[in-house]
Design a protein around this ligand. Sequence first.
Ligand code: ZN
Length: 469
Amino acid sequence: MRARKYSIANFLQLVGLVALGLTGFSNSSLAKNIATYEIQLSRNLKTLNIQVTPSPDQVLTRLRPLSRNAWNRLDKNSLHGLTIRRSGLTVLPTAEHYRYSVDIRGGFKGWIQGNILTEIAVRVTDSRDWFWVPDKWQANDTIRVEFEIPDGLSVSVPWERIPDMADEPGAPGYFLARPVMLFKKSTVLFGRLQLEQVILPGGTLNLAVAAKTKENKDRYVAWMRRIARIVVDEFGQMPVPFTQVVVIPTWFGNESVPWGEVRRGNGSGLLVMPNNGATMAELVEDWTLYHEFTHLYHPFLGGKGRWVAEGFASYYQNVLRAKAGVISAEYAWERTIAGFARGEQQTRRGKTVASGGLMRTYWTGAVMALELDMRLRRQNGTTLGTVLGQFADCCLPASRTWRPVRFMQKLDEISDTKMFTDIYRVYSSGTDFPDYNKLLRSLNIDNSAGSLTFDASPLRDSIMRPASR
Ligand SMILES: [Zn+2]
């Protein structure tokens, strides 16, 4: 998430909620479908009518809400086969189907939800506010979701599309939902969307663009393709088989891409809001999307690991732009080192990085990323990007929060080193901003005279050199 829009209250609320128990689904051969949800969208984009049918061998006892707001959205007169209890909706054992309706107008938490983008008739929702889930939904279990959508409208979700229904990308979708990070934010869009699938090594981007014209959509699709290809070059492949990418053009803010964030709820998703007026050249030069894509290569690391997450993303927002050739390597180093300097300025000495200072949080981990990348290149013939790509291949999507030290142990295991845990220990316990000038000197960057000078360095070149294409 971008620094200036960060809300501490939101964040703490999420950290609290993700502690609830969900286990991994690494062994997909054990997967079973526990229920089918048929979801009917009203043409006026105001209501969802939801029918839940448990699979024949499944006993459903209760549907539970995923947010407090779900209670406010629920139409209490719509219930069929369900009774309201404090803990959720308990089922009447005699019923075959269970039905409830949800009002999806307004009232959604966060600054974007509740907006219906009237000009293009798109409703932006968070599935936590209407997707009431079976009590025992966990591990390998799936829920089959079948949307019934009025003609001309479509839906975008962070779920896997059921393959035999995938031939018509604009058609109402059938999906498989999995119990992944259920208490985190997600984006579900209904309305006049332009959909497109972008197939890349290791995964598919399921794009939904809330734009009026095909020309606009094509520009955003081309933007995604361009950046995703750079990302794949650096990390080896897409991080997960399915990534939902929602593009909502906006007039808000002066920058080319005023907002971007990763949404991990119920899958793997990116939400980006480019400025309506931004040209293709401005879009590819902006750092936001490179930053957010990088976040998809690590699991959610909780409050204690936030500096690691933001550090990796802040490092790659410059590396990837240089690799893309949209900024020069010298300028990318300048931006990186300017970030380090901001982090250093905001450091209250005597406290560790986890104790805060927004720029310190963002840039301490970026220094660590640089050190790791340098050492891996020098000593192990690999790169930080490659190791993160291998991590994604092994361990993502993650169904729960990872402790940062556990993440480092796994990266050690993958790279066959002890480097990650060793360096992490030094950086996480350090009570001052790390000495990045030492690293710069070994890259032949002189930062002593108030401006940067560069002497030849094959190692430095290998980090930022544009990919040949
Ligand atoms: Zn971030």
